[in-house]
Design a protein. Structure first.
Length: 145
């Protein structure tokens, strides 16, 4: 909290107002971060969908997949910076393949959560980790344990 001048500090209503405004700002910032996480997850899912459905015509794998991902990575990295390398594009493709129904995604989870969950081979185990992460408010680091 900021330091108030002595005359201002004597008004307890002002302290209460400052506290309430601070709480409001902190909560708004949390919501912004959650919204950004949600949009990032949805964007990664959409990128994966486009790669699978449009570029691979729904096939699990395209014969030119390595070439395709390398070409996409080069163009996207040039236009949008890091985060779109071949490894990440492969994860986005896998993300869509493992979660083809977007509404089944847990919006409480970040892309970092999902990247870790993608490493789990069993579908039931992936669902368990998704549910526990969301309901117990696990950080993505908790999934590393």
């Amino acid at each position: 909290m900021s330091q108030l001048e002595p005359a201002e500090a004597q008004d307890p209503k002002l302290d209460s107002l400052l506290g309430n405004l601070g709480d409001l700002i902190r909560e708004a910032r949390k919501k912004v971060l959650r919204t950004v996480d949600t949009i990032q997850v949805q964007t990664c899912w959409q990128i994966g969908r486009h790669i699978v459905e449009f570029e691979q015509q729904g096939a699990r794998r395209a014969g030119y997949g390595k070439f395709l991902l390398a070409t996409l990575a080069k163009g996207l990295t040039t236009d949008f910076g890091k985060g779109f390398d071949v490894t990440n594009l492969r994860k986005m493709r896998q993300f869509y393949q493992l979660f083809p129904i977007r509404d089944a995604l847990r919006l409480e989870l970040s892309w970092t959560h999902y990247r870790r969950i993608l490493q789990v081979e069993s579908e039931s185990a992936r669902q368990w980790y998704m549910n526990e992460s969301a309901s117990q408010n696990w950080s993505s680091r908790a999934l590393d344990r």
